[in-house]
Design a protein around this ligand. Sequence first.
Ligand SMILES: [Zn+2]
Length: 274
Amino acid sequence: MRKIFGWKLVLLLTVVAVLTSVLVFWQQPRPLQATMVADSESGTKVLVLNYHKIDYTFISLAVRPEDFENQMKYLRDNGYHTITPDELYDALAGNGQLPENPVMITFDDGYEDNYNNAYPILKKYGFKATIFVVTGFLDRHKKGYLSWDQAREMNKNGINIESHTVNHRSMTDLTDDELRAELVDSKKKAETELGHAVNYIAYPTGTYNLHIAQMVKEAGYKAAFTIKYGNVDKASNIFALERVPIFHTEDTNKDFVERIRYQPIFESFGWMKN
Ligand SMILES: [Zn+2]
């Protein structure tokens, strides 16, 4: 009897475990409540999304165009408002108000698919976005990267073009002279091509340290973006702003929603910000 009971118990537990997994697996993400959490200490939390390629390349850095469109639709349907780096900077400096549920959409590297695939979707939704370009790649008309003409056209239509250095070398590997050249030359080049100030940079491969941040400041940038996972708020380091990377995964759109939704939980436990 004992033996049979034991066997039944194991079966029952197994069934419960399987049912639980199935339920968890199929549970649809609930509608987003509010990513922007009003917090008396650090104020509005700003979501900064980080994309790379928008195409069908089979790598995690390439989000498919239809998934990207779903994500933009999600942002619109859930009351998000896109902002520029200037709007973010001004709000952090206490000189401006952000819209409700602010989101900054960013792309790194300056791939041509940003123009061919992302730009039409951004236009359709009336969204602002920011592309951090590797100026040396655009300059050399490197295959797969934007041309300056494409960058200029987008720049006239709500897309900010900012710096991602000249050569995309990891900054922690560079001498100070090399580092300075990457920072200053990319800024100058983009400013010459675009005809206006370029004040923002994203660290290639995300690597930076306090010394590099200081050099970014000395090169004349107002703010810099990392790939440190988190939301931006008044407690953020202006030269090490957090972003939420968006990848192609087994279930890209579900993961997108979860990355946005769970963000405040990561932060509220202090796991991500330091
Ligand atoms: Zn990059």
